[in-house]
Write a protein of this length. Structure first.
Ligand code: SAH
Length: 270
């Protein structure tokens, strides 16, 4: 991205922080933090080492929890722009990749509209890395050559549900804990097999990471019983069966009695 020059010398760097593990930040992300005067960070960004990475910066938590919009998007824009207008290097640290459901493009537009130079540092998105933390590849040769990343923040429409079913690849659903039952019953209604393997990966890369694997019909009750909470990534599709074989890392996998043993058998056959 080409940097414009600004009269005050301030600038904004939108930084993708990856899925929460400090060592999944990029070198470029850490470099941006080193020269930051002020950092506005999100809930899902790794914050433990922030003081070390951004030693001279003022740190502001502008994280939003589901249902608790602590700082509005407009407020975030105006805080970033007012800091930049005093000549500061503003780092906006966001979970995952800034352009995947991160409102990154709105923040870039706000900077551009205000004539503030802005650059974007891509990050490791949870859409691919959190399934991987559970041993699930989003594509696999001879299994699927397509994966769709979709937001489950609002219930999926019938068109979206039938599109996913007819595509038949991997569906990766972010922000999908609240709508999990709705999504899975909708997929069944559109013709998806109720035994399609599904994984829910909660708090990927943290000490509290939990992985649930079950058939899609069972998963509604399995996830409810496990009291799954955000952040979690939902993965629907045959690739999930590949995880069962490799998930021997001591991660909690619930419901081993039914679907999982079948999945293990499937994975061992292939
Ligand atoms: N820009 C981010 C996504 C923001 S939407 C990215 O590229 O990763 C927030 C959603 O991301 C959460 O609701 C959850 O579905 C997912 N998510 C992010 N980090 C996660 C993690 N460590 N474990 C599980 N899910 C995560």
């Amino acid at each position: 991205m080409i940097e414009q020059s600004s009269s005050h010398g301030g600038r904004v760097t939108l930084v993708g922080a990856g899925p929460g593990a400090a060592d999944l930040m990029t070198v470029r992300a850490v470099r941006a933090l080193q020269s930051a005067d002020v950092v506005f960070y999100d809930r899902l960004a790794p914050t433990d080492a922030l003081r070390e990475w951004a030693p001279q910066a003022q740190l502001f938590d502008v994280g939003k929890r589901p249902g608790h919009h602590r700082v509005t998007q407009e407020n975030i824009h105006s805080m970033m722009l007012s800091s930049a207008s005093t000549g500061q290097h503003v780092v906006r640290l966001k979970g995952g990749d800034p352009f995947v459901f991160g409102r990154g493009c709105e923040e870039v537009a706000a900077c551009r509209d205000a004539g503030v130079p802005v650059t974007v540092v891509p990050g490791v998105t949870s859409a691919i890395s959190v399934p991987a933390a559970a041993g699930i590849p989003v594509t696999a040769r001879n299994v699927t050559r397509t994966f769709t990343v979709i937001s489950g923040h609002d219930p999926l429409s019938d068109d979206e549900l039938s599109g996913l079913v007819s595509l038949g690849g991997t569906a990766v659903i972010l922000m999908g804990v609240g709508t999990l039952g709705n999504t899975l019953t909708g997929l069944h209604r559109m013709g998806m097999s109720p035994t399609t393997p599904v994984a829910v990966v909660e708090r990927g890369f943290s000490d509290e990471q939990r992985v649930l694997i079950d058939g899609s019909a069972n998963m509604i009750a399995t996830a409810a019983a496990a009291k799954i909470r955000p952040p979690a990534v939902l993965v629907v599709g045959e690739v999930v069966s590949l995880a069962a074989a490799s998930d021997d890392e001591g991660r909690a996998v619930l419901n081993p009695d039914n679907a999982l043993s079948e999945l293990r058998a499937m994975a061992n056959q292939s």
